[in-house]
Design a protein around this ligand. Structure first.
Ligand code: NAD
Length: 496
């Protein structure tokens, strides 16, 4: 970590914040001049007034993206040349890492010590990884009748809209724009209205790196911008990360407009199973706490349901309480902070509502359960856990997207699998066992896009795909599989 507390505070004080949309290589206000406030959740103060895009800005960006894509200025570059520019982009993200970190922390309340290595450096790594991949993969020659010659190739899809959430603004965006740009597309990025700052700044960095005008644009605004993009007739693909409810709307908008390709990365209610033969109960409890309290629980993959086998329940709960106490809501600009505020007032109230519901439905509160102020301000919530949760309780079924854990007891392996899969979601799952057969058997039965065994949330490596089964979405971010989302497959036949 490069800066101390006062260093980060100075950086925050002296920041020059860009607030406008980035269309066709220029920062620009909305035609209507409309703006919306960006609020710091740590102190509830307005940081800046941000351009509120609408139809005029969406149309202008789509027009610029289409023209840039069709001109071939990006899609027709030799892959090696595109890779060079993207690697430059990754280097510039690293060069601006502290500035991007403080923007993100002020905007969403992420602790700087998590944000810098995970969100900012993780984004640079993602851009670099896809840059390095694109000149290494080719097409196929199909085995045909010798009078024919047939190739199977992948081509850029065209104009891609990326509509993203606020919980990892930089990182989730990079998982979309990096493979899309690498494949040769033009990208229009729509950050969440709760977290517009880093995306707006990123646009100038992309331009400085050499990405041509119209190829990477940023439209801040409300859900309306996402709706306009997903409904637009001249957009070829919409890649969405966000809630399942909005994901369903995105699919509907696409179906009702031009049947653009739709890729959805949605919510989760991931089970984290602790079997009685868990190899290390202290480590399991520590990991279970991190799985729900890291990033204030605002994680799609949060291990928000711990399933613990009856025989070890008491010892697990005792250890878990110790590990939960490690998370202390505090000023996220302090490098010692491991827990910042909740992103905004709406999400804060929603989480507190779920805590009340947990109590009302009869679960036992074992830690936390209250809101908190830091220096008299902010949307902070204590790390909270309930035991004696029954799988039909609201807090065991609905995604809370906050630091609230539901602990459910089970008896047998089959019961654990049934409870784990009793969810409309299927994003991730974890399990702890010393038995290799249990590990394999249970992993296979879990309906989830990622299964962690004797760990949770490990593997930031870009070569692992990430995404969900069931209503957690379709398609995968990360890995070479992500490139498939941003390309069309073409068969070309030549009669010899
Ligand atoms: P959200 O669905 O409210 O918003 C996501 C984006 O969609 C934002 O940019 C928002 O402005 C836009 N939007 C809102 N209404 C829209 C509409 N009607 N039409 C088009 N766009 C619209 O989600 P959120 O609160 O920003 O993020 C939290 C959700 O994201 C959680 O459910 C979480 O699990 C999910 N998430 C999933 C993953 C994953 O990889 N699966 C990763 C991170 C977050």
């Amino acid at each position: 970590m490069s800066l101390d507390f006062s260093g980060w505070q100075d950086l925050a004080k002296n920041l020059k914040i860009e607030t406008r949309a980035f269309i066709n290589g220029q920062y620009t206000e909305a035609q209507t001049k409309a703006v919306f406030p960006c609020i710091n959740p740590s102190n509830e103060e307005v940081i800046a007034q941000i351009t509120l895009c609408d139809e005029a800005e969406v149309d202008a960006a789509v027009k610029a993206a289409r023209a840039a894509f069709d001109s071939g200025v990006w899609s027709d570059l030799a892959p090696r040349k595109r890779a060079e520019i993207l690697k430059n982009f990754a280097s510039l993200i690293r060069a601006h890492a502290e500035e991007l970190t403080i923007l993100e922390t002020l905007d969403v309340g992420k602790p700087v010590s998590d944000c810098l290595p995970v969100d900012i450096m993780g984004s640079a790594y993602c851009v670099e990884w896809f840059a390095e991949a694109i000149d290494k993969i080719g097409g196929e020659v199909a085995p045909l009748d010798p009078k024919l010659f047939g190739t199977v190739t992948r081509e850029a899809i065209g104009v891609v809209a990326a509509v993203v959430p606020w919980n990892f603004p930089m990182l989730m965006s990079s998982w979309k724009y990096a493979p899309a740009l690498a494949a040769g597309n033009a990208v229009i990025l729509k950050p969440s209205e709760k977290s517009p700052l880093s995306a707006i700044r990123l646009a100038a960095i992309a331009k400085e790196a050499g990405i041509p005008d119209g190829i990477f644009q940023v439209l801040p605004g409300a859900g309306q911008v996402g709706k306009l993009l997903a409904s637009h007739h001249d957009i070829d693909c919409v890649a969405f990360t966000g809630s399942t409810a909005v994901g369903k709307l995105i699919a509907e908008y696409a179906a009702k407009s031009n049947l653009k390709r739709v890729w959805l990365e949605l919510g989760g209610k991931s089970p984290h199973i602790i079997f009685a033969d868990c190899p290390d109960i202290v480590q399991a409890a520590k990991t279970a706490a991190a799985a729900i309290f890291y990033n204030m629980g605002e994680m799609c993959s949060a291990g928000s349901r711990v399933l613990v086998q009856k025989d070890i329940k008491d010892v697990f709960l005792a250890e878990f309480k110790k590990q939960a106490a490690v998370y202390i809501p505090s000023n996220p600009i302090d490098p010692n902070s491991n827990m910042g505020p909740i992103v905004d007032h709406v999400q804060y109230e929603k989480i507190l509502g779920y805590i009340e519901k947990g109590k009302a439905e009869g679960a036992t509160l074992i830690c936390g359960g209250h809101s908190k102020k830091v220096d008299g301000k902010g949307y902070f919530i204590e790390p909270t856990a309930f035991s004696d949760v029954n799988q039909n309780h609201t807090i065991a079924q609905e995604e809370i997207f906050g630091p609230v854990l539901s602990i459910i007891e089970f008896d047998t392996e089959d019961e654990a699998i049934a409870i784990a899969n009793n969810s409309e979601y299927g994003l991730a799952a974890g399990l702890w066992t010393s038995n290799l057969s249990t590990a394999h058997k249970v992993s296979r039965k879990l309906r989830a896009g990622t299964v962690w065994v004797n760990c949770y949330d490990e593997g930031g490596d870009m070569n692992l795909p990430f995404g969900g089964f069931k209503q957690s979405g379709n398609g995968r971010d990360k890995s070479l599989h992500a490139l498939e989302k941003y390309t069309e497959l073409k068969a070309t036949l030549i009669k010899l």
